[in-house]
Write a protein that binds this ligand. Structure first.
Ligand SMILES: Nc1ncnc2c1ncn2[C@@H]1O[C@H](COP(=O)(O)OP(=O)(O)OP(=O)(O)O)[C@@H](O)[C@H]1O
Length: 217
């Protein structure tokens, strides 16, 4: 595995990270970094520990050894600074049954203190190809449309690190092209992107470096 962690300019730094579940090692001796404006893709087999690592990066799980720092600070999901820095789409994103797609995005934008939540919700729905579904409730969306809404919820937040677990899931080919261009745009804005993906086209299109999960054990 390439080791990028020795650079001082890394926004996200993972050092000697390990996570065990009893006898099972999800990953160990993981070292890498992601600089602002760069995308790191983690690839590897099912069960190789990729999602578990992302959970540790976003503070939903904890390492048994090693460290993860974001902009020089330890992971702390309860700190306002962390909330304003890290936007993640991992696993199934929870939705409120009674809120429309547009209202969901307004809610997220409002929660993060974004100016003009109504306007950013409208613009982002259009960006993700959901303008026509703005007034629909989550239950009436297709799985691909739900995935687009989940991604949109990350794009209405302030963020300097974007963490995505298999964002290509459920997307059609137009959706995957949109995703690749959206991630390119994120990089241009200076966001560091950490991506787990099984889509080699997406990885080839957007990743500046690739971490191979299979080499962790
Ligand atoms: N909470 C947990 N308790 C026990 N074992 C767990 C837990 N979470 C994950 N594991 C185990 O850790 C290993 C890594 O799982 P993980 O979901 O991180 O893999 P992955 O690389 O994301 O796989 P996939 O490509 O299928 O999404 C698996 O063997 C899994 O069973």
């Amino acid at each position: 595995m390439l080791d990028h962690s020795h650079h001082d300019d890394q926004f996200l730094v993972v050092r000697d990270a390990a996570r065990h579940f009893g006898e099972l090692t999800a990953f160990a001796r993981v070292n890498f970094g992601v600089a602002a404006g760069n995308c790191c893709a983690i690839i590897g087999d099912n069960g190789a520990g990729k999602s578990t690592l992302l959970q540790c990066v976003i503070g939903a799980d904890r390492l048994n050894a090693g460290s993860i720092t974001i902009d020089g600070a330890d992971v702390d999901e309860s700190s306002p600074r962390f909330r304003a820095t890290v936007a993640a789409v991992v696993g199934d994103v929870a939705t409120f049954a009674h809120l429309t797609a547009h209202e969901h995005l307004q809610l997220v934008a409002t929660a993060h203190g974004v100016p003009d939540p109504y306007a950013i919700a409208t613009a982002t729905l259009s960006d993700v190809g959901l303008a026509g579904a703005a007034d629909q409730l989550p239950v009436t969306l297709s799985s691909g449309q739900r995935r687009r809404l989940a991604l949109a919820s990350a794009f209405v937040r302030p963020r300097r690190l974007l963490v995505l677990d298999e964002p290509e899931q459920h997307l059609d080919s137009a959706g995957r092209s949109w995703l690749a261009s959206a991630l390119e745009q994120e990089k241009r804005m200076g966001t560091a992107v950490l991506l787990v993906s099984h889509d080699s086209d997406l990885v080839a299109a957007v990743a500046d470096h690739v971490v191979e999960a299979g080499t962790w054990h």
